[in-house]
Design a protein around this ligand. Structure first.
Ligand SMILES: *Cc1c(COP(=O)(O)O)cnc(C)c1O
Length: 499
């Protein structure tokens, strides 16, 4: 591959970093033309009684054009779904339809104040009520709160409801069981809620080991948390036996719904026997994410648990008005006001634009795309669980490591040279040198093929030029970073070079 391409095959523009905005322009550059003074001039320091700063503020001196170029360049260096393929497993980096953005920018939605009286925000409340109804139908769990700000926050919210319900029946419990394929937020939420985590190993098929689960469950178990389909992209066919075993000891079955994209309109967590679920609206229901938010993690629960949901939820009165409503035994607020309302508007727009049939097609296409890629890649890499997958699948780079000393990290870095965002790597931990790939339903066949071609070329390169992989990436604005040091000693502020 030549190193001078303006655009890589994956679509990412290939431009280097530049100066910080403080280093651009000069003392004479300006883009502010203040109007002529039409009030009496005041000397600030005198007017303030001698407390004004003595050294000039170090502000950038740039023209408007320089500002535009600077920020356009930064935007160009960014990588997102809109610039290239982004198969980050478990993150559902689908295209976010622009109509969602139009809807949430409507003045009546973007301009409301959370403290307005309910008569003046009936439209916003109605939208939330209808989204609650849609999520109830999609999940098969009729009690819905839209408050949690993310999936992890939804997990915590549901665990708090479990705790409240167990405590109310005089049976507070101490532990939560999770499989070893769980997303890291699951044990983190368990700890935050004050429970102990009990981890059970998965079976050789990557699914829940029913015997291990039954051995871990007892009358001190508050809940079992499961992602289904799970993080190796497999739907657990024993799900009814699993939730039955959980209920048999009086515990709650929790579904981590981050993988809802695979099952929309096909099956429902409520029908699988789950008592509660969070939905990552920013993943499945298309809000731009990956930059850290805002997102939304609504929680759907059984009627029994609905009375514990955070307050307020939106209710519809007989006279047709929408009102904030406090569930009878609510755990209280988990977030200010009504949650991340803009994300709720985007999700509602997405649901209404696609309808039930469209959402079902999302799941079908997502699963088809994942299986297509899996079949194209399963000989160049190892496929530990060789069955029909759901919306994602996990490959292993173990063979490349054993035979050529090339690690999955090297493969991921080399993908950057091809212009692709790498897949999730080293997760789930039960797969050696894991590559977790989720193409989503929105990628065209040509993108899937280009990605498969790149990964196959990289596997060949591992055999012939392993050093090219060890030192990748070669064409990105910055080369291989010391990720551990970047995490431990982050440099978050620009400082002026010594003069
Ligand atoms: C993304 C994800 C979460 C956490 O969701 P956030 O919205 O990032 O807090 C939990 N579980 C799984 C399986 C996920 O993929």
């Amino acid at each position: 591959m030549t190193e001078q391409l303006a655009h890589t095959p994956g679509g990412a523009p290939n431009r280097g970093p530049r100066e910080a905005i403080y280093e651009l322009g000069g003392a004479e550059s300006t883009c502010v033309l203040p109007p002529e003074l039409d009030v009496p001039e005041v000397v600030l320091d005198e007017a303030l009684g001698g407390v004004a700063r003595t050294r000039a503020l170090s502000l950038p001196h740039v023209t408007e054009l320089e500002i535009m170029r600077h920020y356009s360049h930064l935007a160009d260096m960014n990588f997102g779904v809109d610039s290239g393929f982004y198969p980050l497993g478990s993150c559902t980096m689908k295209y976010n339809p622009r109509v969602n953005e139009d809807a949430c920018r409507l003045e009546g939605f973007s301009g409301v104040h959370p403290l307005q009286s309910t008569e003046t925000v009936q439209g916003a409340l109605e939208l939330m009520y209808r989204l609650q109804e849609a999520l109830a139908e999609i999940s098969g769990l009729p009690g819905v709160t839209l408050q949690p700000a993310a999936g992890a926050h939804g997990e915590l919210t549901a665990l708090m409801c479990f705790r409240a319900a167990h405590t109310a029946s005089g049976d507070p419990r101490k532990k939560v069981v999770i499989p070893d394929t769980a997303h890291g937020t699951n044990p983190a939420s368990v700890t935050m809620c004050g429970y102990d985590t009990v981890t059970i190993p998965s079976g050789p098929d990557g699914l829940v080991d029913l015997a291990a689960l039954k051995a871990a469950l007892d009358t001190d178990t508050a809940a079992f948390m499961l992602t289904n389909p799970n993080t190796v992209g497999l739907f657990d066919p024993q799900i009814l036996e699993i939730t039955e075993a959980v209920h048999a000891v009086g515990a709650y079955a929790y579904c981590d719904g981050a993988n809802m994209n695979a099952i929309l309109g096909k099956t429902r967590p409520g029908d699988m026997g789950f008592d509660a679920l969070h939905i990552n609206l920013h993943k499945t229901f298309s809000t731009p994410h990956g930059g850290g938010g805002p997102g939304a993690g609504p929680v759907c629960v059984t009627p029994e648990l609905a009375e514990y949901l955070p307050s307020p939820i939106v209710a519809l009165l007989d006279d047709g008005t929408f009102v904030p409503h406090d569930p009878s035994r609510t755990i209280g607020r988990v977030r200010s006001f009504f949650g991340n309302f803009g994300v709720l508007v985007r999700a509602y727009t997405y649901v209404r634009a696609l309808g039930g049939e469209g959402l079902t097609e999302v799941a079908e296409q997502a699963v088809l795309s994942a299986n297509y890629l899996k079949e194209r890649l399963k000989t160049a890499y190892d496929l530990p669980y060789d069955r029909v997958c759901m919306h994602e699948f996990v490959l292993s780079g173990g063979r490349l490591k054993r035979e050529y000393g090339v690690r999955t990290l090297d493969v991921a870095k080399r993908l950057l040279d091809h212009g692709f965002h790498p897949p999730t790597v080293y997760f789930p931990q039960i797969v050696d040198e894991a590559l977790m790939i989720e193409p989503t339903e929105t990628e065209p066949l040509s993108a899937l093929d280009a990605f498969a071609d790149a990964l196959i070329a990289i596997a060949h390169e591992a055999a012939t030029h392993p050093d090219t992989l060890h030192s990748a990436p070669h064409t990105t604005p910055v080369r291989r970073l010391d990720e551990a040091r970047a995490a431990r000693e982050p440099i978050l502020r620009w400082t002026a070079p010594e003069k």
